[in-house]
Design a protein around this ligand. Structure first.
Ligand code: FPP
Length: 238
């Protein structure tokens, strides 16, 4: 069978590292924030494509614990864009059956943004058509550190520390690990995204900048995923 013709396997959970907004803007002679705006405007279409493919969980990496090191205008510009996205899209997404979750720390974020995030989570909490996790002020090392702190504070005996206990103390408790992670823009790094959860994820790196990532590129990435032989440390099932 031609490699392009493998039947499409649909992953349960796809993580997306939305990289390349700045370069998309620079290539058009626009300021970086215009690229982030285009990136945020692209979210809705990608969620719709995810629903169409039958994916049950999408996790979008929108702001890392290290992104505070960017210029102040860019940091707060991104916060404003996320606030606008929630204002505009929460009700339409709710009507589509989307559950919205947040992973990361809310404490350093502007209180008005925290209120919006909590509103979106609360409004959509019973929806199950698809779950969309927004990783915002999220870092994998930070998440594992926070989990270790909680576990130590609970007084658990060392011999009772298990992988399942650590998983239950992560922001993603109860969410299946990602099967596929897509990082757009051609950069081949994990940049602190879902470090624990991605242990057996398949990774793909399309050259497309995030604002241009669409259903067609998404399908190509699912095609690539379908060709992979996931062994989880065992032997091939083929
Ligand atoms: C990691 O790259 C990528 C992310 C944390 C996503 C970055 C996207 C934004 C900050 C823009 C926000 C976009 C939307 C749609 C809200 P990195 O640049 O943090 O890490 P690196 O230095 O290793 O490349």
């Amino acid at each position: 069978m031609d490699a392009a013709e493998v039947p499409l396997k649909i992953p349960t959970h796809v993580g997306l590292i939305m990289d390349g907004n700045g370069r998309w803007a620079t290539a058009r002679g626009l300021p970086r924030l215009a690229g982030h705006r285009a990136g945020v405007e692209n979210l809705r279409g990608v969620i719709t494509a995810g629903i169409k493919f039958g994916i049950k969980y999408l996790t979008f990496y929108a702001f890392s614990t290290e992104n505070w090191n960017r210029p102040r205008d860019e940091v707060f510009g991104i916060m404003d864009l996320l606030a606008e996205f929630i204002d505009k899209e929460t009700i339409p997404l709710h009507k589509e059956g989307v559950r919205i979750l947040h992973i990361g720390h809310l404490d350093r974020l502007p209180p008005s943004l925290v209120d919006k995030i909590n509103y979106a989570i609360d409004l959509t909490k019973k929806n199950r058509r698809i779950t969309v996790q927004l990783a915002f002020n999220y870092g994998g090392r930070d998440e594992i550190t926070a989990a270790v702190r909680k576990i130590v504070a609970s007084g658990v005996k060392p011999e009772n520390v298990t992988e399942a206990l650590i998983s239950r103390n992560l922001f993603t408790a109860g969410i299946p690990d990602p099967d596929l992670i897509i990082r757009t823009s051609g950069e081949m790094r994990t940049s602190n995204f879902l470090m624990w959860q991605s242990a057996y994820a398949e990774w793909v790196f399309p050259s497309t900048y995030w604002p241009d990532f669409n259903e067609d590129v998404f399908r190509e990435m699912l095609r690539e995923y379908s060709r992979r032989d996931r062994r989880f440390g065992g032997l091939s099932s083929k």
